[in-house]
Design a protein around this ligand. Structure first.
Ligand SMILES: [Ca+2]
Length: 564
């Protein structure tokens, strides 16, 4: 055997072995049930877990190419771990998004917890509770699962994300930023973590949730209005909107700075090597047509994972589609637990550990080629506390949405201030423009009625403003996506698929003062909504503006009867 043969052989192996490992990892992830996976988990000590979740942070980070939001610490987690390009929450609102994270189930599989501000059903255990039962030290700072009420079957408050660590405060940089000194509270948590016991900490910032201090991004963050390279096509591009975006950026940077301090604390204590750090956000930015809707800007989230002892070949970028329902199986998996022993309802998501152990980037597991999204009632503000039910599917080329009640207002009724969209400068600008010019296209894009079906080409239309669903050239693609979506929903027991969809509207909102908001307001009662401005309320229902080009309502009555 000569040297040249050896080097050829070695070269062949180098090319071939990664392929084998990838195929093995994909097959492992796709076919191995959770119980068997736990048996295969490394025998060594499970990692600690730091789960950092921002509130309303869209997919804006330096490592994604965003110039106007600076996130050196998120970028570091991605660089020293994995950057996920296609991570989605199933539902772009705080409480349902976090319910999916905790349970591994989609919103339509969570009864009341599909809604925002619900009574979280006692029957659905989360991984935070499961880890405590298995001897983990679990804590959180600020926002865990929220907002809503979570009691056990005996009416006792549940600790879905462990003990609260909120004692430390620091003067905030703006009036919109929390005084919680998140990183100092993490230090307290680490001080109290018993030696030899695995721990899990949930860092739930309330940034960049609104409100913002107007102009703070420029005045205090050192940003410039011309840093923004793209104002989404559904907002007017003017100084007020750009300020609003930079004020959001400044709050993202606050979250990122605390993340940096937490990483430094782990390094100081020699804990970084065997800690799984996952950094993400519950959903997209709190602007019109972002949070609370079901577009790219709503559900597509930043996501990076670092774990020096457990992630192979750090620095990879993963293009597989992953969903928040994959997080619960991941945490149970790395903890070395069998799902069946956790007492949690069956998960729909799948552990990400196969991707951690893979060796290449890009597309890894062929089965991870799409995600499902869907919502029911977010905020109140429609007759009878009705929601705006949507289901959707996203793959590498398309986003398809099915709107089950297209006669309802997607962001909530105009007369009650579009309650699904938090108050803010961009909302104020768009509503003011519309009052001056009823044909203003931005109002129609953000607050106007939607057709029953929407289809967007994500390769050319990331802003999702050119609806192709009614165009003859795209009906085959539309029908194929609808069938794939509905087949998956039927398999997952979605009440929308068998005529029981209205059950979600009937679940009681957990803030008694807001129950029946729309009907009480219209009867003349002085009902308050602290998250919008009095000027957001329209004096009378606007006449719906003509649908923007390509978004004509689908005149397909059979569709509605097929999909109750
Ligand atoms: Ca949120």
């Amino acid at each position: 055997m000569n040297c040249s043969f050896l080097s050829v052989l070695a070269g062949s192996l180098r090319r071939f072995v990664p392929v084998l490992l990838v195929v093995a990892a994909a097959a492992f992830a796709a076919e191995t049930p959770p119980a068997a996976r736990a048996a295969n988990a490394p025998a060594s000590r499970p990692p600690n877990i730091l789960f950092a979740i921002a509130d309303d942070w869209g997919r804006h980070a330096g490592v994604y190419g965003t110039r106007w939001v600076r996130t050196p610490h998120f970028d570091r987690v991605a660089r020293d771990g994995l950057l996920f390009n296609q991570a989605y929450t199933p539902n772009a609102k705080c409480a349902p998004s976090r319910a999916c994270i905790l349970t591994g189930r989609n919103p339509w599989q969570l009864e009341e917890a599909a809604n925002h501000i619900p009574y979280f059903p006692a029957k659905f255990k989360g991984w935070g509770e499961a880890l405590v039962e298995k001897g983990w030290f679990v804590g959180h700072t600020q926002k865990g699962w929220a907002p809503g009420v979570a009691h056990d079957a005996n009416g006792k408050p549940r600790a879905l994300t462990g003990r609260a660590f909120n004692a430390r405060t620091a003067p905030p940089a703006t009036t919109g930023i929390s005084p919680n000194d998140y990183a100092a509270n993490f230090d307290d948590f680490l001080e109290q973590a018993p030696a030899g016991q695995p721990w899990c900490f949930w860092f739930g910032s309330v940034e960049p949730h609104r409100g913002y201090e107007f102009g703070s991004g420029v005045a205090k963050g050192g940003h410039r209005l011309d840093e923004i390279d793209h104002v989404p096509a559904y907002w007017p591009d003017n100084e007020r909107v750009r300020h609003d975006m930079l004020d959001y950026a400044f709050e993202v940077e606050h979250f990122d700075r605390h993340l940096g301090r937490m990483l430094a604390a782990l390094e100081r204590r020699g804990l970084l090597e065997n800690t799984l750090v996952i950094v993400t956000s519950d959903h997209g930015m709190p602007f019109p047509r972002g949070k609370g809707y079901a577009y790219e800007a709503s559900n597509h989230v930043p996501f990076a994972a670092m774990w020096p002892a457990g992630i192979k070949r750090p620095g990879r970028t993963v293009d597989d589609f992953i969903s928040f329902i994959d997080l619960a199986p991941t945490f149970v998996d790395v903890a070395g637990l069998a799902w069946a022993d956790t007492g949690m309802a069956p998960a729909t998501g799948r552990s990400l550990t196969g991707l951690f152990r893979a060796v290449q980037g890009g597309r890894i597991d062929p089965a991870r080629d799409h995600v499902l999204v869907g919502k029911e009632r977010n905020d109140v503000g429609r007759p009878g506390d009705g929601g705006y039910p949507i289901r959707g599917i996203i793959d590498a080329t398309s986003l398809y949405l099915h709107n089950f009640e297209p006669t309802r207002w997607p962001a909530g009724n105009p007369e009650t201030g579009y309650l699904d969209t938090d108050a803010g400068e961009t909302k104020t600008v768009i509503l003011a423009q519309h009052r001056q010019n009823p044909a203003d296209p931005f109002w129609a894009l953000c607050f106007g009625l939607r057709p029953a079906e929407e289809l967007y080409d994500l390769r050319t239309d990331r802003d999702c403003v050119r609806n192709l669903a009614a165009q003859p050239a795209h009906t085959a693609a539309r029908d194929r996506l609808r069938e794939r979506l509905f087949a998956a929903l039927r398999q997952q027991g979605d009440p929308r698929m068998d005529g029981r969809g209205s059950v979600f509207d009937g679940y009681l909102h957990a803030t008694p003062a807001n129950v029946g908001f729309y009907d009480r307001y219209m009867r003349g009662e002085n009902v308050k909504a602290g998250w919008v401005k009095p000027t957001d309320f329209e004096p009378r229902p606007p006449v719906p503006a003509p649908a923007p080009s390509g978004t004509k309502p689908t005149p397909d009555a059979t569709l509605r009867t097929r999909a109750p």
